[in-house]
Design a protein around this ligand. Structure first.
Ligand code: 5GP
Ligand code: ZN
Length: 141
């Protein structure tokens, strides 16, 4: 797609540090290196976000994640954990609108990375949860 920085990166029109590549995905170092080894995995096909994937592309792309994660872990024996993050749309912190999966190695609690999961357990009765699950279940195609 014209004017997409990640299409240009996967087509080697813009340089990047390749971690892995095949016919389906391109994996390269995120320029920001939140932690050493921070990698982005992108489908070579331009899709904007998770809502743009079909089943076949999702199967192909997500099947590659464990082996790339494994390679990162093997390359950096000090790794103690790995966050896999996929931001979808601006509100959810997506800033490049070619879908990408962040693999963020974790070395210690002092890493420059955090996630906050608010705990609202007390606000949800069983009935409320059943209603929410029901709404979603009815939409699964
Ligand atoms: P998002 O905020 O959309 O989830 O993540 C986009 C990521 O792309 C950011 O972490 C940012 O550092 C990275 N990024 C943006 N432009 C470039 C670039 O030109 N090269 C590389 N390697 N990474 C980029
Ligand atoms: Zn693109």
């Amino acid at each position: 797609m014209d004017n997409c920085i990640f299409c240009k990166i996967s087509q080697k029109e813009i340089p990047s540090h390749t971690v892995y590549e095949d016919d389906v995905v391109y994996a390269f170092l995120d320029i920001s290196q939140v932690t050493p080894g921070h990698t982005l995995v992108i489908p070579k096909k331009h899709v904007m976000d998770i809502f743009d994937f079909d089943d076949a592309l999702a199967a192909d792309v997500f099947a590659r994640i464990p082996k790339i994660a494994q390679a990162i872990e093997d390359a950096f024996p000090a790794i103690e954990g790995l966050n896999i993050v996929n931001n979808n749309k601006a509100l959810a912190y997506q800033s490049v609108f070619h879908s990408h999966i962040h693999l963020i190695p974790r070395y210690s609690k002092e890493d420059d990375f955090s996630m906050h999961f608010g705990d609202h357990t007390a606000d949800y009765t069983t009935e409320k949860l059943a209603d929410i699950a029901d709404k979603i279940r009815k939409q699964v195609r």
